[in-house]
Design a protein around this ligand. Structure first.
Ligand code: SF4
Length: 165
């Protein structure tokens, strides 16, 4: 089986990163969100499993052709809300492809973070838009405190946490 983890860096191949939006589903309606900027009541869309498999293997083929190592940034929406989220993570693990998740804090706990780490998730990126008042105004009440609280779960699991402003 082909290995895509960092051991293969000795081949001197560079990573090619894909930012992959798998679902519009999200527990927030941030004021700056591009998904809901046109229509806050839009019907939410998610990729089917067949579309996800197609996309995944297309990206791997692309990297094969151009001599790169694949790296994925999984996003949405909140990617964990996709009905095939864990199935997709199992595919990453099966193919030994490294990835980061860019998501919300709401569905994280110690067990969930450990499971993400088990499937090969290297980093979990949370968003902070400023201090509590600013952040919660952009996102929703309680979002700031929840974000800060869940950093502990991410760190405990061994994943790295990233905070984006
Ligand atoms: S958390 Fe992200 S996807 Fe959800 S509404 Fe906010 S910006 Fe949009």
């Amino acid at each position: 089986m082909k290995q895509y983890f960092s051991e293969t860096k000795s081949e001197t191949k560079q990573f090619f990163a894909f930012q992959w939006h798998i679902t519009d589903e999200c527990d927030q309606r941030c004021k700056h969100c591009y998904i809901f900027s046109g229509d806050a009541c839009k019907k939410l869309d998610s990729m089917s499993w067949a579309q996800m498999e197609d996309t995944f293997y297309n990206c791997l083929d692309f990297c094969e052709v151009y001599g790169r190592l694949p790296y994925f940034y999984l996003t949405g929406g909140d990617p964990i809300l996709h009905h095939d989220f864990w199935r997709l993570l199992a595919l990453f693990k099966e193919q030994c492809v490294p990835f980061t998740i860019m998501g919300n804090p709401f569905h994280l706990n110690d067990q969930v973070c450990r499971k993400m780490k088990y499937y090969g998730c290297e980093k979990y990126q949370l968003s902070l838009d400023g201090l509590k008042e600013t952040h919660d105004w952009f996102r929703k009440p309680g979002s700031f405190d929840c974000t800060i609280e869940k950093i502990g779960c991410i760190n405990q699991s061994g994943m790295r946490n990233l905070r984006r402003k």
